[in-house]
Design a protein around this ligand. Sequence first.
Ligand SMILES: [Zn+2]
Ligand SMILES: [Zn+2]
Length: 261
Amino acid sequence: MNVRVLGCSGAISTGPDAADDPGGTTALLVDDDILIDAGTGVAVLTDDELARIDHVFLTHSHLDHIAYLPLMIDAVGDARRWPLTVHASRATLDILQAHIFNNLIWPDFTRIPSPDAPGVRFEALETGERVMLNGRTVMALPARHTVPAVGFAVCGETACLAFSGDTTTNPEFWAAVCALPGLRHVIVETAFPDAQIALAHAAHHYCPRLIADDVRGVELKAELLISHLKPPHGAQILEELRAALPGVSLRALRSGEVLSL
Ligand SMILES: [Zn+2]
Ligand SMILES: [Zn+2]
């Protein structure tokens, strides 16, 4: 199983700070057919690559995680023979239906080209539930954000990757992650530096101090890969994380890299 990082930035940016990821917002491609979040990182895919995606798992409804979902359904619909399946919590699916696929912002692709053969079908997936897809298992993990949210564990036959999605203080996530067999990588967001801890509380994101409080008591046997760094604070956030979590293996996740499991 391969996980290709299409985008993992906290905002669109081409900033000069080398520690900030110049790529798009959150999107991870598992092998060639499963997409986790559909942020602007999806823009790097060719039409052929887009058409091969059969399943999209969404952590939550915020634009930096769904921006390309409506567009990709439309772009490669003619090249596909069955609907794209979108997996998310019922609450997130209801938000998408009401606010995106509402025939005002975008056509209701759950009913066109026809209700019998639509462009997209929604499938609810709640925290703790899992979907098995040709030897890969995707399980929804707990998250705490300003809107209904989940993280995901993606497991192949021998190894697992965990992804926090957008979250703030979340001991339940770490308990679930540590119980995963063959845990290899943990992609975790850290959107803000400690100087913006008030903003981290208000926007329900992590800053280094908050993530360190969660990780300190946990026996973690995997590398932490930090995502969702808000430009231009990437270098500072990483410096604060290393100071707050001595002995923990961590680095910034990079757009374009491929994690093999
Ligand atoms: Zn969010
Ligand atoms: Zn986000």
